[in-house]
Design a protein around this ligand. Structure first.
Ligand code: ATP
Length: 513
């Protein structure tokens, strides 16, 4: 039972709703675009992913501490950071469909289509020739060379246009590439315009210009403006990091693809303050460390790749994305940026306060450089859930939907079932739950056949089901059934807690780092 690729993502979205992971926000009022609520299982999975990130950053590193700064901040912070002037996306409308697009995304998707054509040629040739030399084929096959030249040409024009902030040129690339609107199929485009992504509101009772404040578009600035508070009160020595998780808000132009691109989302960011001149070493260090962290989820190492930025943001001297193979292709999951001393210097200038570090080994003061790791919690949730979602056909033709979530992240760690609703079995089940609930989230289910109860737990990713039968009353053992292999074995009730601690605790993931 395997869905067609185009249906697969739709099935995941329905599954999220049907099993209490994610609901459209304000659904009874027909929803609010690109805003979502997490249901009873989604909230647990999200909390566990956040907790895993926090422990990997803060608990596992003596020199990284965590903070929780406010969403509202002084409006000058966003002037200093460059967000008021430069946090824009280039937008373009199709006059026929009235649909709005990000011009850069249209161009990148066009390039991806040409890359697909190259890959198809390579695959065809692989089948044809036994001793296939891919590098040579790419250099000599006329069609592939033509495609590659096209890509290089678009890339270089696009890079120049973005760097020069030349929106007329960006539109010209769209025209020259003959890119059509996916809805109307026409090339009837408006000019490209810049659109600021920050939401604003006013503070206090008077709605004057001076009271305008912004909902933070990233959590990082809360860390920069607290850099000295934390460094001094925590007596932190460089290199050191400050981590934070929290909501961020962006008025995204195109907000499709479910929780991949939301207008209200959660970030998990860590700024690592380093001595100037050492930032490239730390940049490489954090690239490797973060990739390894993602790989411990066990979702398949082939599903991750780095993508270096062509256009560096105004604050960066190096930047890469860790991309994940989502159901709609490889897309950004996490950003790793070497932000130089841009932010701290800007805040020094705009606030008039010194934000320096006295390096006792060098006997001098300087503004530290910063390497940042920034991952979207909702995107990580989508990556985890979509790569774990399996539609399986079992021996005998039966089918099941199972979430092979990393056990430590599963919303519910074990479900306890009495085989029948009598003879003291429910009471024993309740006793077992009462023993386990201090350490793990466990649930009780007595309705329907045990087979149906297994299916319900498989669908939400519960790694273990514990069944109590009449033998349990006699010898104090139960059957434990494993989600992925569906294998069962008997285990003493007195060993259950130790078993779960070993199998489903975050420690097991942290030890892989
Ligand atoms: P994109 O290119 O996809 O718009 P970005 O480069 O603007 O993302 P960053 O500013 O680097 O993103 O933010 C860091 C992380 O925050 C991203 O890697 C992503 O996981 C997450 N993120 C950013 N925007 C959104 C959004 N609108 N919805 C959900 N997550 C987001």
């Amino acid at each position: 039972m395997s869905a067609k690729p185009e249906d697969f993502f739709k099935n995941i979205i329905s599954h999220c709703k049907e099993y209490g992971f994610i609901f459209q926000s304000s659904e009874i009022y027909d929803g609010l675009s690109a805003v979502y609520d997490y249901g009873q299982n989604g909230a647990e999975l999200k909390k566990n992913i956040r907790e895993y990130w926090w422990r990997a950053m803060v608990q596992m590193h003596e020199n990284i501490v965590g903070i929780d700064s406010a969403i509202f901040m002084h409006p000058t912070i966003w002037k200093a950071s460059g967000h008021v002037d430069a946090f824009n996306d280039p937008l373009i409308d199709n006059k026929d469909s009235k649909k709005r697009y990000r011009a850069d995304v249209l161009i990148e998707e066009h390039i991806a289509k040409i890359e697909d054509k190259i890959n198809k040629e390579v695959d065809k040739a692989k089948k044809r020739f036994e001793n296939f030399d891919e590098a040579m084929f790419r250099n000599t096959n006329a069609r592939v060379v033509e495609y590659q030249t096209k890509i290089n040409d678009i890339h270089s024009r696009f890079k120049t246009a973005l760097n020069d902030n030349n929106l007329v040129q960006v539109k010209q690339i769209i025209v020259d590439c003959e890119i059509v609107c996916p809805i109307s199929g026409t090339k009837n485009w408006t000019d490209v315009r810049q659109f600021n992504l920050m939401f604003s509101t006013s503070m206090g009772s008077v709605a004057e210009e001076g009271n305008t404040i912004y909902l933070r578009p990233e959590t990082a600035q809360g860390i920069f403006v607290n850099y000295l508070n934390v460094q001094k009160t925590g007596r932190m020595k460089i290199p050191f990091g400050i981590a934070q998780t929290g909501k961020a808000f962006r008025n995204e132009i195109v907000a499709r693809q479910f929780i991949f691109r939301m207008r209200e989302f959660e970030q998990m960011e860590m700024q690592y303050f380093v001595k100037p001149g050492t930032e490239m070493n730390w940049y490489e260090y954090w690239k490797a460390a973060r990739l390894k962290w993602h790989q411990t989820f066990g979702l398949g190492n082939e599903n991750y790749k780095f993508h270096d930025h062509i256009k560096l943001a105004h604050y960066a001297n190096a930047a890469t994305d860790i991309e994940f193979n989502f159901p709609f292709g490889f897309k950004e999951l996490e950003g790793i940026h070497s932000r130089t001393d841009f932010d701290l210097k800007q805040h020094e200038q705009f606030s008039g306060k010194k934000l320096q570090y006295f390096d006792s080994e060098e006997n001098k003061s300087y503004v530290p450089y910063v390497v940042e790791t920034s991952v979207g919690l909702d995107r990580l949730f989508l990556a985890t859930l979509s790569a774990s979602y399996k539609e399986e056909t079992l021996d005998g033709g039966d089918t099941r939907v199972v979430l092979n979530l990393p056990p430590a992240l599963a919303p519910i760690k074990a479900a306890v079932f009495p085989l029948v609703k009598k003879d003291g079995l429910p009471e024993l089940a309740e006793k077992i739950i009462n023993d386990l609930k201090f350490d793990h989230i466990v649930t009780y289910d007595e309705k329907d056949t045990v087979g149906k109860r297994y299916r319900r737990q498989d669908a939400i990713g519960t790694p273990y089901c514990i069944t109590i039968d009449h033998q349990s009353l006699e010898d104090q053992t139960v059957t434990i059934r494993e989600r992925d292999t569906m294998q069962q074995h008997r285990i003493a009730i007195s060993s259950l807690l130790k078993f779960l601690n070993e199998k489903v605790s975050l420690t097991s993931l942290l030890k892989k780092l």
